[in-house]
Write a protein that binds this ligand. Structure first.
Ligand SMILES: *Cc1c(COP(=O)(O)O)cnc(C)c1O
Length: 366
């Protein structure tokens, strides 16, 4: 018998932790499995971090991360009192589950969504109910306008990439006045409209964003939320009961510099959006069905090949993509949009995997 659990708390025993995508230890792979940005962060970010390194690492950082929160407030035209900052948006979400979404009635989220949500529910003992997406993998907001302890979904949704209009979010926030609606906008910069302007009108709406994807800073761990100051205060209470310094000095300096460099952000974002459309066409030409994506990834299924098999064959050829072995989506691969070169070589590799004879003839045999 396994002896380890002897020392474990009930809590530790009961957990089913989230499993993040693989981070290989060698650079052998084209990494299209965790929705990282293929472009480096703005040079201004690296300068700001270098300045901070030579300044004062001896000292604790600002517990309120005011430099960063002010940058968020300026970028989105909201008061600093409406901004909460955390160590990646995963931490911001964790605090939201604990501070705002734990009530007697169940929390609602889609049946196909970010798989961290049920993990937080288990950690904090939150009851939840999943709400099926439509056949087309769309969120139908009417389904959430029922008594609940809170509502959360990503927009665009993950791992589908499907977008919901802000009008629908506006409608739901109004209908759902008795509990908090959290919109997780990890991918909104790649094709969606943010619900942040709505947070002024709806005191029950919390919008969460991250610098990991559209700002190329997955390694720095910075996320934030915007909402009514009363919601932010609840998050602050949890933060200060857990870790008063979630953002270190380098993160505060680098993240503030990233938000200040709007033109770099727009240029790299637009490049990814263009690459996404090319990649979508390339996959479609190979027979894949590709869901319409407003994110920096595509969700695609092939009528003749299992996603699991394709995942393995791609891996052998040096490409990492993601597969979720879960109901309704086990036939899909989630493919991060890389550079144009990476996308082109992925499509060529898939062409070889799908029809080796044809490719051999076309290239004169090998
Ligand atoms: C990537 C992602 C996050 C977490 O981002 P971090 O800020 O890196 O923690 C949160 N929600 C969704 C839906 C994501 O895909």
């Amino acid at each position: 018998m396994d002896e380890r659990p002897r020392f474990w708390s009930e809590t530790a025993r009961g957990l089913t932790p989230y499993v993040p995508g693989e981070q290989p230890k060698t650079g052998r792979y084209v990494k299209l499995n965790t929705n990282e940005n293929p472009y480096p962060p703005s040079p201004r970010v690296l300068e700001a971090i270098a300045r901070e390194v030579s300044a004062s690492l001896r000292l604790y950082p600002d517990p309120d991360a005011l430099l960063f929160k002010t940058a968020v407030a300026d970028t989105h035209g909201v008061p600093v009192s409406s901004v909460f900052a955390g160590n990646g948006s995963d931490e911001v979400l964790a605090h939201a589950f604990c501070a705002l979404l734990k009530h007697d009635r169940p929390l609602l989220f889609p049946d196909v969504t970010y798989s961290f949500y049920p993990v937080y529910c288990a950690l904090y003992g939150i009851s939840f109910r999943t709400v099926p997406l439509t056949e087309q993998f769309a969120i139908r907001v009417e389904d959430y306008a029922v008594p609940n302890g809170g509502v959360i979904f990503p927009n665009p949704n993950a791992p589908t990439g499907c977008l919901l209009s802000v009008d629908k979010i506006d409608w739901l926030a109004r209908k759902n006045g008795a509990s908090v609606l959290v919109v997780d906008e990890a991918y909104v910069d790649f094709g969606g409209e943010s619900a942040i302007p709505l947070a002024r009108r709806h005191s029950n709406l919390l919008v969460v964003q991250t610098l990991s994807k559209s700002r190329s800073l997955a390694g720095l761990r910075v996320g934030f939320a915007v909402g009514h100051p009363d919601l932010v205060e609840a998050l602050e209470r949890v933060r200060n009961s857990f870790n008063s310094y979630p953002l270190d000095r380098l993160a505060i300096a680098g993240a503030a510099a990233a938000l200040a460099d709007q033109s770099y952000f727009e240029e790299t974002r637009n490049r990814i959006v263009r690459s996404r459309e090319r990649l979508s066409e390339g996959l479609s030409s190979l027979g894949f069905s590709v869901l319409p994506s407003a994110a920096n990834f595509l969700f695609a299924t092939h009528p003749e090949r299992s996603a699991r098999t394709l995942l393995g064959e791609l891996r052998e050829r040096g490409f990492l993509v993601r597969h979720f072995d879960r109901p309704r989506i086990s036939g899909f691969l989630r493919i991060t949009v890389g550079t144009d070169e990476e996308c082109t070589s992925l499509v060529e590799t898939l062409r070889e995997i799908l029809s080796p004879e044809k490719t051999e003839r076309a290239t004169g045999g090998r």
